[in-house]
Design a protein around this ligand. Sequence first.
Ligand code: ADP
Ligand code: MG
Length: 242
Amino acid sequence: MTLLSCRGLRKEFGGHVVLDRLDFDVAEHEVVALIGASGSGKSTLLRCVNLLEEIDDGTIHLDGEHITDPRVNPDKVRQRIGIVFQAYNLFPHMTVLENIVLAPTRVHKVPRATAVATAREWLARVGLADKAGEYPDRLSGGQQQRVAIVRALVNSPRLLLLDEVTSALDPELVGEVLSMIRDLKSEGVTMVLATHEMGFARQVADRVCFLDGGRVLEQGPPETVFAEPAEPRTRQFLSRII
Ligand code: ADP
Ligand code: MG
């Protein structure tokens, strides 16, 4: 079943066209890696999907609902689409638990006891149960990023968007975050991840999409895209990065 469907997306910044009639679909339970040169529009695409950017043309459907319809409440949509950015954006003055329950209780009006129970359950699932009462600066970068991912998961989003979530981490901390993402995949979480980590994209993604010229220039199973890229531009990109 198609969970996300983007059709003819166009996004420009002051005349600079970043997404140019881009089509992009994600099936339920699928894990899609977005790859492409820096500036190719990976973050912009994720931000458009999460309605953090207004698109200039095209449509986005989630679960068959037209979410770029101006009558749709963006907050309601964002409740169903989690997003995590490169730099773990935890609030430093709040404990791990408070960071996680903030949005569910304040924005989504979930009863506090329910939100706390869900948060504790998720922390336990990712091996961070003992960190609930800690402040973020007492955690390693990898742990902070795992908390940021948990924070995005507690609303049970239909779709999780991960934007270079390992880029700001020291190399020795990348593994624990990748392993968490692998676990989420095995639990059936639908994810779109923008990544520079080709090795990881190869291991975890069901499909790799190469963004170039504002569109998905080439896509397919990682073993095909990485081993036998059809497009010269994809070959060129991969030869530079791997
Ligand atoms: P990627 O994530 O693939 O590196 P981005 O989506 O961040 O690419 O950026 C694509 C292009 O859009 C870049 O040229 C970037 O400078 C531009 N861009 C992104 N966000 C903005 C913005 N808020 N204002 C102006 N230009 C932007
Ligand atoms: Mg980016």
